[in-house]
Design a protein around this ligand. Sequence first.
Ligand code: DAO
Ligand code: DAO
Length: 288
Amino acid sequence: MVSLRFPFSFSQPSGHPPRYRNSRPCSVAKVAVVAVAAAAGATAAYASSQNPISQHPFLHNALNFLFSSANSLPLWGSLSLADSSQPVTEPRTGASFPSALGDSQKLCGVGIRKKSILGLKNIDVYAFGVYADDNDIKKLLAEKYGKFSGSELKGKKDFIEDLMENDICVTVRLQIVYGKLSIRSVRSAFEESVGSRLQKFGGSDNKELLQRFTSQFKDEYKIPRGSVIHLSRDRDHVLRTSIEGEEVGSIQSKLLCRSILDLYIGEEPFDKKAKEDVELKLASYLQK
Ligand code: DAO
Ligand code: DAO
């Protein structure tokens, strides 16, 4: 169940993917924390059975090292998940994004979704980060695009087209910035944004699909500032939505996945700079 109120926090404890239910996830992180914790536990047991430890300087130092490492377990965990990279902060909103989700979805770009209110003012609704599975990218796109530099790939329509069409695991992580979002305004905003894409890519009769998507979001949910929402395209074009790590629904539809991704990396993205960053980053993964 999704709790009704989420705490305010922009610094999320980890980039772990949420629990999976009925969709086939992309690969899940193998975190070394358990092994480190076990080692620290074993050492603690040894330490308590031996005395006085301080008479053995080597052992003493080794224990100090292990205990101080155990104290910084979250750091070890995040380092192993994120290939030692630091989180990225979206500068305007201060929202922080882990550099990886799981062990293979890597952050490719961050940006902002704005919305104009009655043509009078523009509000920042949420910051977002786009993640893509670098193994899928290499497997499915390297042969065709590996020879291009970042600047050559930027703006290449068929590259983005292939990214959207292929079975590549992608997650868009949203961090809510606007403090007064009601579910009603969320629903009507995505009826407009996602609805227009469903029409563009799938033709006229997509009311039922939009309805299935929006009906996942119950009126009682609250998404205050700081809430984290994941929109993930899993294997076989399953769109899985989670709020604060809790899955709220999954729908298998290539058209819906494509329409959602189009908001961020399509022809008229919410944030052009974010899309360019995604293209450049993907080019670097292709060349690795
Ligand atoms: O309070 O009327 C208002 C402004 C609401 C703007 C809503 C934009 C919603 C955008 C979708 C957010 C998805 C999480
Ligand atoms: O920004 O216009 C947009 C569309 C974003 C789609 C976001 C859908 C997820 C909304 C979750 C709401 C949960 C109550």
